[in-house]
Design a protein around this ligand. Structure first.
Ligand code: C2O
Length: 514
């Protein structure tokens, strides 16, 4: 067996086996139709090539829309066993998500899987890249660029209209039709009511924007919090933690797909890419990583060779099977595409979120009832109703320099949610008042959002994950910098979840030097 501590390698194409539908636990066939293909190394496009510009789906002009529809129609018209066909392209997602391969060279076998780890964003970037190039080939337009679902801007927080006409190649019937006209609430849990009155809609939009703003601010120095944690050869996934972006991404899947199990297509990974909306969603996820990379001055998110050298296999636009390394697709620029520079309405929206809170508090002061709150304790607890605990902080009143060296992170440990089910809980943080707590949940810190996921073969005891949420800025927002303890509120939203414990830690900032 390879020692743990090597980059994940592409699978042996000749050793594909059946994958598993996460919800029904039934075997599904997700093997690619090129088991004996010779594999060549991917060569990134030449820097002299033009840049393809991906635009927001809700702003495409008629010509762009027609082109996109035509390309998808052509892809759908290909025979099912053609690697370029819409069906095969969708199946790739199942291949890499639902365990159609084992990791090459690992004994005992470990399933190859890219979600819930630092491979999530690079893999999907490559996946979209080839999908886009193939579509361009099909319509004879090398400048063709796919649209992105701009769900981080108020006008984009709806299912883009281009995907809705039921006679179009972009349509898919397996969606939550209740959501065709309604705003997407990032805190959505299955069967939540749509916000209806304008003030509710405004509130949802504002809270969505705050959430994006906070996500960037709290993760900007610690890529693992944004991108997900390390996954090395021989490790099974989910290793430990998805990043904040992947958790948010899961909400989009759940809101788009049907609200009842089976959640095909968008709400179940083995079927998700059968919906053209998937690619609009993932283009925005990729764009958000692009922004993250820009904010960080284009430094690679990790300098660990186990990440940079990790590699995947794709079928390219020249009908060649290629091996792509994470380091080949660090930036969109390297791949000669870009996102149209949209306004970022969430940027610095934090100020607005805070002000509102403060004025609300004043009015409520009289009715404040304070109750005692205890520590989490040593035993795991089932999250059937809201859990509120008091948690000590490792350090208080940290100076600016100290904050630049280490981020304060809320760690929800030992999370267990049954496989094959969806789950969600939301996390709020507040400041205790003389050791007591008021009814107010406090400030939203983030969510754990799970899509039904395959049980790993060699780990039948049930895998535990953790949720890590940056709270350095949040402390400033709730003026709790000098507070020795925090009150953490876990609100169950979906599924049966067991929690192992709650801690606050300091995470050293990556010590990257150019
Ligand atoms: Cu591979 Cu949106 O999931």
């Amino acid at each position: 067996m390879l020692a743990i501590g090597a980059p994940v390698q592409p699978p042996d194409l000749s050793k594909c086996h059946s994958a598993t539908d996460d919800e029904t636990k039934q075997p599904v066939n997700c093997c690619p139709p090129y088991s004996t293909a010779s594999v060549v190394d991917f060569v990134p496009p030449s820097p002299s090539k033009g840049i393809r510009v991906r635009k927001p789906a809700h702003e495409l002009n008629t010509e762009d829309v027609e082109k996109f529809k035509e390309a998808i129609a052509k892809m759908k018209a290909l025979p099912d066993d053609d690697p370029w066909s819409f069906k095969q392209q969708a199946t790739i997602h199942c291949t890499y998500c639902n365990g159609a391969f084992d990791q090459a060279g690992i004994e005992p076998p470990v399933l190859l899987q890219i979600h819930g780890s630092w491979l999530f964003l690079p893999w999907h970037r490559c996946y979209l890249y080839f999908w886009e190039k193939i579509l361009g080939k099909l319509i004879g337009d090398p400048t063709f660029a796919i649209p992105f679902w701009n769900w981080d801007a108020p006008e984009g927080m709806y299912m883009p209209k281009i995907y809705l006409g039921n006679s179009s190649s972009l349509y898919n019937d397996n969606r939550d039709k209740n959501h065709y006209e309604s705003v997407f609430d990032y805190k959505y849990a299955y069967n939540d009511q749509n916000p209806t009155c304008p003030s509710q809609v405004d509130k949802v939009i504002r809270e969505n924007l705050c959430q994006v703003d906070r996500m960037y601010k709290e993760t900007i120095r610690n890529p693992e919090l944004f991108m997900g944690k390390a996954l090395r050869a021989g490790q099974s996934v989910p290793t430990n933690a998805s990043g904040s972006l992947e958790n948010l991404h899961n909400s989009v899947h759940q809101w788009s797909g049907p609200s009842e199990s089976p959640y095909y297509d968008m709400g179940n990974f083995h079927t998700a890419a059968r919906d053209p909306l998937f690619f609009g969603h993932h283009a925005n996820i990729d764009r958000m990583r692009d922004l993250y990379n820009n904010f960080r001055g284009h430094r690679p998110e990790f300098k660990d060779p186990d990440w940079l050298e990790a590699s995947f296999i794709f079928y390219d636009e020249n009908r060649q099977v290629v091996k792509v390394k994470v380091k080949d697709c660090l930036t969109s620029h390297q791949l000669r595409y870009a996102y149209s520079p949209e306004k970022l309405p969430w940027m610095n929206s934090g100020l607005k979120c805070r002000k509102e809170k403060a004025s609300k508090k004043k009015g409520e002061k009289k009715s404040l009832q304070l109750v005692p709150v205890s520590e989490f304790g040593t035993e795991p607890r089932t999250l059937t109703e809201t859990i509120r605990v008091i948690v000590p902080r490792p350090q208080v009143s940290r100076k600016k320099g100290e904050k630049e060296e280490a981020s304060e992170v809320l760690v929800i440990r030992g999370i267990h949610a049954p496989h094959g089910t969806a789950a969600r809980f939301d996390v709020y943080v507040s400041k205790p008042i003389e050791g007591l707590v008021s009814e107010d949940r406090g400030e939203f810190a983030g969510s754990f959002v799970k899509i039904p996921h395959t049980q790993h073969k060699t780990n039948s005891h049930g895998h535990k994950s953790s949720l890590e949420l940056g709270i350095t800025i949040l402390h400033e927002d709730i003026e709790a910098e000098d507070s020795k303890k925090l009150v953490v509120t876990l609100v169950p939203r979906m599924g049966k979840v067991i929690i192992g414990g709650v801690d606050v830690d300091l995470f050293k900032v990556d010590d990257y030097e150019d």
